[in-house]
Design a protein around this ligand. Structure first.
Ligand code: 13P
Length: 249
């Protein structure tokens, strides 16, 4: 059985005062049946780790460099994220792919670095609206998956997040049939590459405008093992009902 996962991506939001939201979440869900992963800005990882340390809530980074250390001004390595308290790293988010020109090959190298540091990679994939309207969704997702994932993926070192670019921060959500189509496809692709047993152990998250009001139906969709939540993870009052919907699913 795959353990359900509610992941929050705070993106570039939050200074020290935002940790009050993590305090509330920790009190409400510190020993939840679902796994909870919060990915705050890297500046908040160490103080966040103090808050979550006696709970089951895990922390993650939002990106890392492919090298463990070196002359890369402004970058952060998976080792550093681990040192600050992270057990996971979001990689290949469409905002990184768009804002920083990250290719799937770069994501692949970062995934290797993440595994090498002993962290779980949350690898993000997703099509643009143009690609969807051109009927290219599965081709795009398939090639991103193939190129972003190094050999050696397992249920413990890898989570895949399907995040349609056009659904992120827009309030637009694919139909449940569209989500199921991509998630079933991802499971089948993983199975072809890794074998059914390993493929069945890898969690597949949906991300893009997940809110308290649509979480339950998304979690009831085929091959959806949880969510990667942006805006609605910033406030405990929004994220908490999403966690509750996941636990109830
Ligand atoms: P929103 O939930 O704000 O649409 O963001 C989704 C996302 O990009 C999570 O990584």
């Amino acid at each position: 059985m795959r353990q359900k996962l509610a992941a929050g991506n705070w993106k570039m939001n939050g200074t020290g005062t935002a940790l009050a939201e993590l305090e509330i979440l920790t009190q409400a869900h510190g020993h939840s049946g679902a796994q909870i992963l919060i990915c705050p800005p890297a500046t908040l990882l160490a103080p966040a780790a103090q808050i979550t340390k006696t709970t089951a809530i895990a922390l993650g980074g939002q990106d890392c460099h492919a090298a463990a250390s070196g002359a890369h001004t402004g970058d952060i390595s998976a080792e550093m994220l681990k040192d600050a308290g992270a057990t996971a790293v979001i990689l290949g988010h469409s905002e990184r792919r768009a804002d920083h020109g990250e290719t799937s090959d770069m994501v692949c190298a970062k995934t290797s670095a993440t595994w090498h540091a002993g962290l779980t990679a949350v690898v993000c994939l997703g099509e643009t609206l143009d690609q969807r309207e051109a009927g290219e969704t599965l081709a795009v997702i398939g090639s991103q998956l193939a190129a972003s994932l190094p050999d050696g993926a397992s249920g413990s070192n890898t989570v895949i997040a399907y995040e349609p670019v056009w659904a992120i921060g827009t309030g637009k959500v694919p139909t449940l049939e569209q989500i199921a189509e991509v998630h079933d496809f991802l499971r089948a692709e993983l199975s072809t590459r890794l074998g059914a047993e390993t493929a069945n152990a890898i969690r597949l998250l949906y991300g893009g405008s997940v809110k308290p009001g649509n979480a339950a139906e998304i979690f009831a969709t085929s091959n959806v093992d949880g969510a990667l939540v942006g805006g609605a993870s910033l406030k405990a009052s929004d994220f908490s009902p999403i966690i509750a919907a996941l636990e109830a699913s």
